[in-house]
Every structure is written in C-alpha cells, then in structure tokens.
Design a protein around this ligand. Structure first.
Ligand code: TYM
Length: 333
C-alpha cells in the first residue's frame, strides 16, 4: 500500500483552497493508502508568529478542522510536526545537501520574502528542505497537495537524489505529487489571477471553513466576475479567470469536471449561478464548521489525538532518520 504524507501550516483559519486543493483529497486517499498528515508548526515559525500560546492554539484548531473534514486519526496518523524530532534532525542534513542555487529558484520564497528579502528569516529560506525532510523521514512516496506546492516537491526529489548519489545508496524513494481534482489552485474571490490565501489582507478574498452561512452567501455574491453569462463549454473559460474559478469550485464540490458544470449552468448569468454555488458551499461547509466547534469544546481530546499520532509517527520516522544519519557517517559511540 502506498504511503502518503502531507501537511498544513497552522498560520490562520483553513480556507476553501486548503479544503479543495488538499483536505478533501487527503480524506479520499484514506480508503486506499496509508496516510500520515501533519500540522506543520515548525514551518509556521518561519514567518512572524505570535508567542504566548497562540501557536499552540492554532495548531489545535487546525487539527480539529482536519478531524472535522474527515481525517481518521485512528486508522491513519495525525500529529504536530514539532513533537516528532526526526523532522528537524533530517532537515539539518538536507540543509547540507540542498544547494543554494536550488533554493534561489523557489518562487514561494520570492513571493513570501517580497521586497524585504534581507529581513526574511533564514528558516523561510530553507523551508523547502524541512518539507523534503517531512516526507522522506517516512519514506512516503505520494504527496497530496495543491498546485502551489509542486516546485517544492520537485526540489524534494532533487535532494533525495543527491543524498542517494553522495551516499552511494538508493535509500530515499522518489516522491510523486498527487495534485487531484478540478480545483488544484483555488483563486481569490477578489482577483482571479491571485491564489486564495490565508495571508491576503482582505477577508472577502477567501471563504474560511469557519464562515457562517450569511458570510459565505455575501462573499460569493460579492465575488468578482465578468459581465458575460457562463459559457456552455470548458474552452469558453479561457481568459476568464474569475468565471473559471467559480466553476472550478462548483465542480470540485460536486465531484464532477468543468464540462459537466457548464452543461448544466452554461448560458446562465452569474447572479443565478452564484446563488446555487453559495447554497452548495453552505451545505458542504456548515457540518464541518459545526464538528470543528464541537471538537474544540474539549481541547484535551484533540491534544490526545495529536499525542497518540506523534508517538506512532515517531515510531516510523526515527529508524529511517537514524539510518540516514548512519549513511552520512556520524560517529555513534
Ligand atoms: P499550506 O499550509 O499553505 O496549505 C496546505 C495545503 O493547501 C493547499 N492550498 C491550496 N490548494 C488549492 N488552492 C489554494 N488556493 C490553496 N492554498 C493552499 C496547499 O497546496 C497545501 O497542499 N508547505 C506546505 C505545508 C507542508 C507540506 C509538507 C505539504 C509542509 N511540509 C510536506 C506536503 C508535504 C504549505 O505551506 O501548505
């Protein structure tokens, strides 16, 4: 059975992009794969974070949201990254394998560091090395992510290959990005050329998984569109990023493709389509938000899930990372 690994940063409330690009697929893969899912709190501190318990609470809330979406933490594994030491240990080795030239090509670092590059943390720069360690510490070969993570996964393969070459082994497997479904890149509701993101200043740009029905309906009604009605074929969505985005969201929620949505809704104006889309979103998201709230009524139960997950994760990762250390040649007196 193929082992899959994926992670999400606890840097804010999960949004529809996380859900359609990642979480839904994580849930689906549980039927056929051995799944390890992680709230990546070590990654979360690469950018400004608030001390004083906020990170711990955000980690707990993200874990509750994943459980509410349908992650089965008994059959599979859910844990917080910082509680399994193997991630940071392997990441250090990978810091010494990855070349600076490779990291310089990472578009996410350029986007996140922006103009203030000199002031970015060195952790943000080596972020992809830690991501490679997350996956390879488990010898996972499938990685379900949204489209925005593709470049990081290519780098992880480069790191694995160089490690294997330098150590003269085939120790780390090749990993395969699992980029699934009709919405691998959900765009901002305010600008169809920008991805939906937790860090966008405008809350109107995204649907948070905790938004109440009125907020969802309002955000969809206000979503940017163009004046034309919906096309009746998928190629009519070319050069219409906002229309394409809303159709993609609808298609993902209904588990169909763009063409099927347009067969049903082609020719309609956006007013009608947005009403149907908002109703569908509310229908799908309301039970998830309610379940996350219910789980957080008893925070210790979420913490217990994470504690158990960390133990089971460490039992897989520790021997793999110990072997990587042996291959590097550390003295183990
Ligand atoms: P993060 O926390 O930004 O996002 C978590 C997952 O959600 C997907 N996603 C999207 N998919 C479609 N449309 C969007 N607008 C959108 N926004 C986010 C992301 O692609 C991701 O799958 N670096 C990762 C976390 C990570 C990781 C890993 C992932 C750390 N280690 C190891 C896989 C394997 C990140 O910041 O995801």
């Amino acid at each position: 059975m193929q082992r899959v690994f994926s992670g999400v940063q606890p840097t804010g409330i999960a949004h529809l992009g996380n859900y359609l690009g990642a979480f839904r697929n994580w849930v689906a893969l549980q039927a056929s794969h051995e799944c390890i899912y992680c709230v990546v709190d070590l990654h979360a501190i690469t950018e400004n974070w608030q001390t004083g318990g906020t990170l711990a609470q955000q980690t707990r809330e993200m874990a509750a949201m994943l459980l509410a979406c349908g992650i089965d933490a008994q059959k599979h594994i859910l844990f917080a990254q910082s509680s399994v030491r193997a991630h940071a240990q392997l990441a250090w080795i990978f810091n010494c394998v990855a070349r600076i030239g490779w990291l310089n090509r990472m578009t996410q670092f350029k986007d996140k560091a922006g103009k203030n590059r000199e002031n970015a943390s060195s952790g943000l720069y080596v972020y992809p090395n830690l991501m490679a360690a997350d996956i390879l510490a488990y010898h996972a070969t499938g990685v379900p992510v949204g489209e925005d993570q593709r470049q990081h996964l290519e780098l992880a393969n480069d790191i694995a290959q160089k490690f294997n070459h330098d150590c003269g082994t085939e120790f780390f497997p090749r990993i395969e990005p699992l980029i699934m479904g009709p919405a691998p890149r959900v765009m901002s509701l305010r600008d169809g050329t920008k991805k939906m993101s937790k860090s966008d200043a405008s809350d109107q740009s995204r649907i948070n998984l905790t938004d109440d029905p009125d907020t969802i309906a309002l955000k969809i009604r206000r979503a940017k569109t163009d004046p034309e009605p919906l096309p009746s074929e998928a190629r009519g969505l070319e050069h219409r990023p906002e229309a394409r985005n809303l159709v993609g969201i609808y298609a993902a929620l209904e588990s169909v493709d763009h063409a099927a949505v347009l067969r049903e809704h082609g020719g309609k104006g956006f007013g009608t389509f947005k009403d149907t889309l908002a109703a569908l979103l509310i229908d799908k998201l309301r039970p998830i938000a309610a379940e996350a709230r219910r789980l957080l009524d008893d925070p210790s139960s979420v913490d217990a899930v994470l504690r158990d997950g960390a133990q089971r994760a460490a039992a897989i990762a520790d021997p793999i990372v110990a072997e990587a250390e042996r291959l590097v040649g550390f003295l183990r007196p």
